[in-house]
Design a protein around this ligand. Structure first.
Ligand SMILES: [Zn+2]
Ligand SMILES: [Zn+2]
Length: 568
């Protein structure tokens, strides 16, 4: 195929994928402000997000006349928008929308992560017209006060330059960078480190320890990743880049003889490394030990090997010294899933299919916890339908082999703390997951009371996603977690680590506290389809960060033991 480079003026600078993505995201934002087709808005938003993760340079591909629709999420319309951006430096339909938008709205479009409809509401309420005023009011706490903490949180996220990413959104990015380092940069060996390796639910950087003959040339080549990846700093075998997805990339050069040291130093949190230094001597001395592996390094300090998920500076170094580190729970020890939806509410698969998928994963049981009657937006199940579902599951269990379906429900906790079904129906279930899905702004005291009253009901077993947080979207509602944990213990209730990548609720710290108080934790997926059962790995990461052992996890128990715990 002839290469048609002539269509692009030579003077036009090459664009990075990030710059192309910014324009698509701004376009989506203005479309959304005009209340245009939400599918179209989503398509542009998704394409922008996808592009930020690509290692190939779109600019180069357009100049070489390559097909852009080979990437998932880039159809003909978006491909043609990208070609126009590369060929002219701008997107005419974006400029038209900007020109036609009120000045207040046009200024928001420099911050593509702000939701224009919400910001316009803030502008109206507070009489603002510029982003500078918005920022000022945010800093004064006025947005918190007048429009609530969720709105303030959204604005804060939208205005910050430093980005963060859900751990599980970084998976693909991690792979792409690793491939690029090995395939294009002459890197011999690479290990991921940093908070990604510690499985922190939100990451702000990706860190790799690498071995290569010529670190300088790796740094040069890395700057061509995704079209252009600016170098922030480089010295002494350590380089930092600004990735187009908004997070930072750090590369640490290491040789075979000090691999163990660099991997430990690049993985542990500051608190962990300080504690390690207090036990093993300063980092400079550690580096001189010439340990090829982490195990060798920890051993040379007289401590046990510490799993990356534990390297946060809690008590792991002391316990490693005493030889009493927890034996962290693993997926192989999970016997079943206690929170899954089916077609009966807002799930995508039938109970039969969910059961089969659970059996394929080697589980002994799966609990079907569809939404309760009041949750209309998630097609909550009526009293009659739940009674029918109970009879259906009894029959199903009669013919299924190798898997038991548990009769459950994700019962809404109503605003007064009562449960969303009558007791005489709840008692027909094997157990319940009880969750809050409404009235998030009640305030700490009332919200805590609401959870305590729910646990007073003898048919309340597991608190589902107990804080309601959605990572990078909204903070959880306020609760007094010490009181919730104490009440759970007194009443024989359990907490859940919800495995949805954007929930991971309760967080590792709360799970750690609860387990220490003797409250077992359910690691559940909240699956809405068979494939989502695999999200157990996300909840598992957090359980391990909480230091949980098999004996502290509810669904590591067989059904023969479990059902007794559910009878109160
Ligand atoms: Zn829920
Ligand atoms: Zn659910």
């Amino acid at each position: 195929m002839p290469v048609r480079r002539h269509s692009i003026p030579a003077s036009l600078p090459a664009l990075s994928n990030a710059e192309i993505a910014d324009r698509l995201a701004s376009f989506a934002q203005l479309l959304s402000a005009r209340k245009e087709n939400p599918y179209k808005v989503k398509a542009y938003q998704r394409a922008a997000a996808r592009i930020r993760h690509l290692s190939e340079s779109l600019d180069e591909m357009v100049r070489n006349d390559e097909d852009l629709t080979q990437f998932a999420g880039i159809g003909e319309a978006i491909a043609s928008a990208i070609r126009e951006i590369v060929r002219t430096g701008s997107l005419s339909k974006l400029e038209t929308l900007r020109a036609g938008a009120a000045p207040a709205l046009a200024s928001i479009s420099q911050y593509p992560r702000l939701d224009p409809k919400r910001v316009v509401r803030v502008y109206k309420k507070l009489g603002l017209s510029t982003v500078e005023e918005l920022r000022e009011r945010l800093e004064k706490g006025e947005i918190d006060k007048v429009l609530g903490s969720r709105m303030a949180y959204h604005i804060r996220q939208g205005l910050t330059e430093t980005h963060a990413m859900l751990l599980y959104h970084a998976d693909r990015l991690h792979e792409a960078i690793e491939e690029f380092l090995i395939g294009r940069c002459g890197v011999r060996r690479v290990d991921v480190a940093g908070s990604y390796r510690r499985r922190l639910e939100i990451v702000e950087e990706l860190v790799f320890v690498i071995d290569a003959d010529d670190f300088g040339s790796v740094v040069d080549r890395m700057q061509r990743y995704g079209g252009r990846t600016p170098l922030v700093s480089s010295q002494n075998g350590h380089a930092v880049f600004a990735l187009s997805s908004g997070i930072l990339l750090r590369l640490q050069h290491a040789g075979k003889e000090n691999w163990g040291y660099h991997l430990v130093a690049c993985t542990g949190s500051k608190a962990h490394l300080n504690k390690l230094a207090s036990v093993c001597g300063p980092r400079s001395a550690l580096q001189l030990k010439h340990c090829e592996s982490e195990t060798a390094l920890y051993r040379s300090c007289g401590v046990q090997y510490i799993e990356p998920e534990l390297r946060e500076g809690h008590d792991e170094v002391d316990r490693a010294k005493a030889g009493t580190l927890p034996k962290l729970v693993t997926i192989a020890e999970i016997r079943g899933d206690l929170h899954a939806h089916s077609l009966s509410s807002d799930g995508a698969d039938s109970i039969d299919d969910m059961a089969e998928a659970a059996r394929e994963r080697g589980y002994e049981y799966i609990g079907i916890s569809d939404h309760s009657q009041s949750l209309k937006i998630a097609r909550g199940v009526s009293v009659e339908d739940l009674r029918a579902q109970i009879r259906f599951i009894d029959k199903l269990n009669g013919r299924l082999r190798g898997i038991r379906v548990l009769k459950s429900s994700e019962v809404d906790i109503l605003v007064d703390g009562s449960l969303d079904y009558p007791d005489d129906l709840l008692k027909e279930l094997d157990y319940t997951v009880c969750s809050i899905h409404s009235r998030f702004a009640l305030g700490r005291e009332a919200q805590t009371e609401r959870l305590l009253r729910a646990m007073d009901n003898r048919y309340c077993n597991i608190l589902g996603h107990a804080t309601g947080r959605l990572l990078l979207k909204r903070p959880g509602y306020q609760i007094d977690e010490d009181r919730v944990i104490a009440h759970a213990r007194e009443n024989g209730c359990f907490l859940e680590i919800n495995s949805s990548p954007d929930r991971l609720d309760v967080c590792a710290d709360t799970a750690r506290k609860a387990a220490a108080a003797g409250v077992l934790i359910s690691i559940s997926t909240d699956s809405h389809s068979t494939g989502e059962l695999d999200l157990i790995r996300c909840g598992m990461d957090q359980a391990r960060r909480a230091g949980l052992e098999q004996t502290e996890v509810l669904n590591c128990l067989s059904w023969a033991k479990l059902w007794r715990l559910f009878r109160r």
